[in-house]
Design a protein around this ligand. Structure first.
Ligand code: LLP
Length: 381
C-alpha cells in the first residue's frame, strides 16, 4: 500500500496529513459501477463520509448521484459536477434556507423524516410555485449489528417516520399540493459487515411495500440507504468491499414492483480504504506498564477512536528494527480519550518515525475539529 516512493514523499510533507490513494478510489468505483450496473441500480455517494473536492470530482466522473445532508453539501455536490437531478437531500433537521437551496436547484428528491417537515417543504415550495419531489424515510425497525451511535433503524432512534404514523402521513399528504411522493427511503445504520442485516431490511421493505400496495400506492423509487462496512482490522486483505455479494443480496431478496428503481447511498464502502492519516512520533515516553508513542495527530484529526471506540490499523512506516515492543499510541490533546490504540505491538519506535493510521477515508477528514486551536490537516494525493 505504501511504496518506497510514497514514503519518500511522506518524509517531505509536514505532518499530520491525510493521504488519499486515488488509484484505489478509482478501482473501487470501477467495481461499484460494474456490480450495480448488472441490476441497473442507482448508486448515490453519501458526501458526509468525505466531501474533499478532488475525491468528489472522481466519484461524479463515474456517474454516481449524490446523497447530501446539508445545504452546503448540496452546493458542494453541484460544484463538483453532480447533476441536480441526481441529488437526494436527507436529514432530520433541514433548515428553511437549506430547503430553499434544494428547491431552487430542482434536486431529485428530499428524503423527509417527519410530518412537520413535510408541511414546511410544502409551504416553501408553494412560495416558489414549485412541486418538490419527496421520499418518505421510514424507520424499518431493523436491528443492525454495529456501534449504537451509528445504528439508526430502530424506533427508539430519532430518524425516520415510524410505521404507526404512516396512516396519518398519507392523510396529510392528500392536502399538500406542492409536494409529490415519489419514493420510500430506508437506512439501518453504518459499518454493517453482516450481510444478513441487509436481508432483514429487504424483507421489511417488502412488507412495507405491501402495506402501500394495499392502499393503491406504488412509488417509483425505493432507496435502501447505505451502511456497507469495511475491513478495519485487515484493510490490505480487503481493500475493496464485497460489492458483488451486497448488490446481489438486494437482487435476491428485495421485491421491486414493475418499473420501480432501486437507489443506494453508500459512503464508507466507497472512500473508507483509500485514505490514511499520516503522522510523526514526537516522543516515546515510559509509562507504568506501557510505553506511550506520542504522535502529532490527535483526536482533532481523527475522532473515530475517541467517539466510537473505533479501531484503525496502525503501522510504523519508518522503523526497520526487528524488535517488537508494545505501545499506547496517543495524540497530543489534553484528554485521556485522545488515544488511537492501547498495548499495540509495533517495531521499536522512536522520535521522528512515520506512523500511518489506515482506513481513514470515511468520516476522518470531514470530522476534523479545531479544538485546542489545532490546524486542520492538509491532504496529499
Ligand atoms: N444514508 C443515510 C441516511 C445515512 O445516515 C448514512 C450515514 C449514509 C447513507 C451513509 O452510510 P455509510 O455507507 O457511509 O455507512 N461518523 C460515523 C458514521 C456516521 C454515519 C451516518 N450516516 C463513523 O465514523 O463511523
Amino acid at each position: 500500500m505504501y511504496s518506497p516512493e510514497i514514503i519518500e514523499r511522506f518524509k517531505n510533507t509536514p505532518t499530520p496529513f491525510y493521504y488519499y490513494d486515488l488509484d484505489l478510489l478509482r478501482q473501487t468505483l470501477d467495481v461499484v459501477q460494474k456490480e450495480s450496473d448488472k441490476y441497473n441500480y442507482n448508486v448515490h455517494y453519501a458526501l458526509k463520509a468525505n466531501s474533499n473536492i478532488e475525491i468528489l470530482e472522481i466519484i461524479q466522473s463515474f456517474g454516481l448521484g449524490a446523497d447530501c445532508v446539508s445545504g452546503n453539501e448540496v452546493i458542494r455536490a453541484m460544484e463538483c459536477g453532480f447533476p441536480a437531478e441526481k441529488i437526494a437531500f436527507a436529514g432530520v433537521g433541514k433548515s428553511d434556507v437549506e430547503i430553499d437551496i434544494g428547491l431552487e436547484n430542482d434536486i431529485f428528491c428530499f428524503n423527509c423524516e417527519s410530518i412537520p417537515e413535510l408541511i414546511v417543504i410544502n409551504e416553501l415550495a408553494e412560495k416558489k410555485n414549485k412541486i418538490a419531489n419527496i421520499a418518505l424515510r421510514i424507520n424499518p425497525n431493523v436491528t443492525a449489528n454495529t456501534h449504537h451511535y451509528i445504528s439508526t433503524g430502530l424506533e427508539e432512534n430519532k430518524f425516520g417516520i415510524n410505521r404507526w404514523e404512516l396512516e396519518s402521513v398519507l392523510e396529510i399528504l392528500k392536502t399538500l399540493h406542492h409536494i409529490k411522493l415519489i419514493g420510500l427511503h430506508f437506512h439501518i445504520g453504518s459499518q454493517i459487515t453482516d450481510l444478513d442485516d441487509f436481508k432483514g431490511l429487504c424483507l421489511r421493505v417488502n412488507e412495507i411495500q405491501r402495506w402501500f400496495y394495499e392502499r393503491q400506492i406504488v412509488v417509483k423509487h425505493i432507496n435502501v440507504g447505505g451502511g456497507l462496512g469495511i475491513n478495519y482490522e485487515n484493510p490490505k486483505e480487503e481493500l475493496i468491499p464485497d460489492f458483488k455479494s451486497y448488490f446481489k443480496l438486494f437482487n435476491d431478496f428485495l421485491e421491486l414492483k414493475p418499473h420501480q428503481e432501486l437507489h443506494f447511498e453508500l459512503g464508507r464502502s466507497i472512500v473508507g480504504q483509500c485514505g490514511s492519516l499520516i503522522s510523526k512520533v514526537l516522543y516515546v515516553k515510559e509509562g507504568v506498564n506501557t510505553k506511550f508513542a506520542i504522535i502529532d495527530a490527535g483526536m482533532t484529526d481523527l475522532i473515530r477512536p475517541a467517539l466510537y471506540q473505533a479501531s484503525h490499523k496502525i503501522e510504523n512506516l519508518s522503523s526497520r528494527v526487528n524488535i517488537n515492543d508494545r505501545y499506547d499510541v496517543v495524540g497530543p490533546i489534553c484528554e485521556s480519550s485522545d488515544c488511537f490504540a492501547k498495548n499495540l505491538v509495533l517495531p521499536k519506535t522512536t522520535r521522528g518515525d512515520l506512523i500511518a493510521i489506515n482506513s481513514c477515508g470515511a468520516y476522518g477528514e470531514v470530522m476534523v475539529s479545531q479544538y485546542n486551536l489545532r490546524m486542520a490537516p492538509k491532504s496529499l494525493y
